[in-house]
Design a binder for this molecule. Structure first.
Ligand SMILES: Nc1nc2c(ncn2[C@@H]2O[C@H](COP(=O)(O)OP(=O)(O)OP(=O)(O)O)[C@@H](O)[C@H]2O)c(=O)[nH]1
Ligand SMILES: [Mg+2]
Length: 278
């Protein structure tokens, strides 16, 4: 049953008592949608007529989703996507998954190993690259992330690639020098080609904490969309709604496991239907 399934059933089939509303609110609070949104949803739900509960709730929830486009912004001749986020959220894996997804769609994709802090990070991306048949541009050990990004975008332009995806090192959102570095990487790339997407990778299992991260990243670099990872490890499901409501940013992709194919465009209609399932 979806997060709002019990509420749909109650609204449709019976009178709702104050106790029921309290229970509904408690359910929502444990689902990662956060107290503010839980209140808003309950207030709106109280106005819904019983015979139209499902459609009514669907309309209420839809309002909270971002209206910005969910499709990737692809530019010609070259699109550049920057993958950002705090440590361990799944950036490198998602960069590889996205490369694979776009390659299957016929795009000529290049990966840039912008995490130069750890040699293992470069190796990790190279291993993915070999597995999925996508070239990876990397720098020498400890080279500047912006300089690797510049080499990568030059290579992409010179070899007529369609898409460059640049992985970056995980960074804490409260370290301002590291946050500024993201801006630098972006500016350097844009000497050659516009960065059409800055994708913030959020670990769905971190719940409301991820909202704080999202806000700070958004302040430092113009985030255009979100990738929600580890949705397989979070049965709560309300998080996408909360994050879109809070950030007014669209979830563009979701990660559903560690394998390369565990990656899907986020479909808001299917998501809402799932939440409302009785
Ligand atoms: N279950 C699950 N695991 C995932 C998903 N995405 C990534 N992971 C795992 O999460 C761990 C961290 O992934 P990475 O891609 O290395 O994360 P990162 O953000 O690049 O990490 P840093 O570069 O260290 O900041 C790995 O074990 C991945 O396999 C997902 O959608 N589901
Ligand atoms: Mg990484």
């Amino acid at each position: 049953m979806g997060l709002f399934g019990a509420l749909v059933a109650k609204l449709t089939h019976s009178q709702i008592s104050d106790l029921d509303w309290d229970q509904a609110k408690r359910d929502l609070l444990t689902s990662d949608i956060g107290p503010t949104l839980a209140d808003e949803v309950i207030q709106a739900a109280k106005k819904i007529k019983g015979d139209d509960a499902r459609a009514g709730l669907m309309a209420v929830l839809s309002q909270f989703l971002s209206e910005k486009p969910r499709r990737l912004d692809l530019a010609t001749p070259l699109s550049v996507f920057l993958i950002v986020g705090i440590n361990g959220t799944g950036k490198t894996t998602s960069a590889a998954k996205l490369a694979h997804y776009l390659k299957k769609d016929g795009k000529d994709v290049l990966l840039g190993a912008g995490d130069t802090f750890r040699a293992a990070a470069v190796e990790q991306l190279q291993t993915w690259g070999t597995r999925i048949g996508v070239d990876v541009i990397s720098g020498k050990d400890q080279s500047e992330p912006a300089s690797v990004a510049f080499d990568a975008v030059q290579h992409a332009r010179d070899h007529l690639r369609d898409v460059l995806i640049v992985d970056t090192a995980g960074r804490l959102h409260n370290k301002s020098d590291l946050m500024n570095e993201l801006g630098k990487i972006k500016r350097v790339i844009e000497k050659i080609a516009p960065v059409t997407e800055v994708l913030l990778v959020l670990d769905a299992t971190t719940g409301q904490n991820a909202l704080t991260q999202a806000r700070v990243f958004s302040d430092s670099v113009a985030v255009t969309g979100l990738i929600l990872t580890k949705t397989d490890g979070s049965a709560k499901g309300g998080f996408a709604l909360a994050v879109e409501r809070e950030m007014a940013l669209p979830v563009k992709f979701v990660g559903t496991g560690e394998a390369i194919e565990d990656f899907f465009p986020f479909d808001s209609a299917t998501y809402l239907q799932g939440l409302l399932e009785e």
